[in-house]
Design a protein around this ligand. Sequence first.
Ligand SMILES: Cc1ncc(COP(=O)(O)O)c(C=O)c1O
Length: 471
Amino acid sequence: MSRLPYVRPTVQRLNQGPVNPFRLGSSPSCPEIDGVAVADLVRQHGSPLFVYSETSLRNQYRDAHRAFTRRYPDVQFAWSYKTNYLNAICRVFHQEGSIAEVVSGFEYEKARHNGIPGDKIIFNGPHKEKADLERAIAEGAMIQVDNIDELLVLSDMARGRSKPLPIALRVHLSTGGQVVWSKFGFNGDDGEVQQVVRRIIALPQLQLAGLHCHIGTFILEPDWYRIATQKLVSLALEAEAMGAGPIRYLNMGGGFASHARLHYQYLPPEQVTPTMDRYAEAIGDTITSMWPANRPLPKLYLETGRSLVDDAGYLISSVVAVKKRVFHDPLQTALAAYGKNPGHVSVSSGSQNALVLDAGINLLYTSTWYQPRILPVRACIDAPTPTTVYGCLCMNIDVIREEAPLPGLNTGDQVVMHPVGAYNQTQSMQFITYRPAAVMIGQDRQVHVIRKRENLDYVQAMEVVPHHLNA
Ligand SMILES: Cc1ncc(COP(=O)(O)O)c(C=O)c1O
């Protein structure tokens, strides 16, 4: 029997071509945000520019609150400051009824500055300065203990109090799916939590008032919350049976997904991101079904961050250069390096459109994990083609999107990136440029500056030049 000749497998790059032979197709565009023309925003506030929609912030909050209160009688949201602590953003959530969740002395001060009393602050995080703990204790904050050293510091501080100091334990749990965030808190799966509970029982100056877990971020599987809640409720009931408590609250943290799109996420967010109802059902129904019927239900705290703010945030940016990106064939490049290239073989194996924007990845930290949608501001009739979107930093890694579907754009055109409301303000880095202004579009379409563009004085404010260098 004759065998078929061996054919080497090849991998071919598939490029998205024009949608019809005339290259006509409507590229989606974003001429306005909440009824305000993007061109006007840039004219008045410059480019790049962060834009937040107050309407979206409030709607996201109300939807989430409604979903949870429908399923659980005693729910309290605590705005996760680290997700976005621009004061205007925090105050929108505080006005809606959210208290504050902070993870450092700095964030604690910010929450107090925003009018939140200490007893409406959840104090979280793996490192809390002693002075910050003292203040938090004096003001009645809800301290979520991360580790045994912190527990011992608190037990020292609480000595001599007339009443025991209420604390909660942060717990990390496996839900069978996610990578366990074991950096934080005590192990809820191997008996460590029970050991710590025994220690707390032996310390009369401390009282276990709550249990907390935050299983991770951008959790697309609501069932993981069902499992985490089951485990946390079991631990709470076990702690009480051991003599601790009473457990007054359960804090399920944050982690609900926004409509961002992960790298390599095949389906669009509209099909992938669970509704808030599914998270609410997983958590609320689990507590009510497991909690003893003769006892008042514990208060449920939620520290949801990204799912409330991400979709409300946009970054406007302008095209500053149009380029071609050349792809090199790695084999031919290697042969050329060793002088083995026969000469007639080109080392480049193709090219695609590329743009340079006036914003860089220092403003879009989250582009490491997510691909922001990039839309041109003006309507374009030509079909989108794969385009590399570079940032403006003098660094080769400054690529905002390896491949975004965009029509042909010119220098001076503007684009809108979305959703970018979570973590990009707080994690942005001042690097070679001034960070841009941020505005909030009010429900009445008024545009408010909520952070000014940086300038030289601001960037240099903390620098000191030694006397001998003053010419
Ligand atoms: C303890 C804690 N709570 C809440 C959040 C907010 O999470 P997310 O933005 O995913 O909702 C975080 C973020 O990592 C966190 O560490």
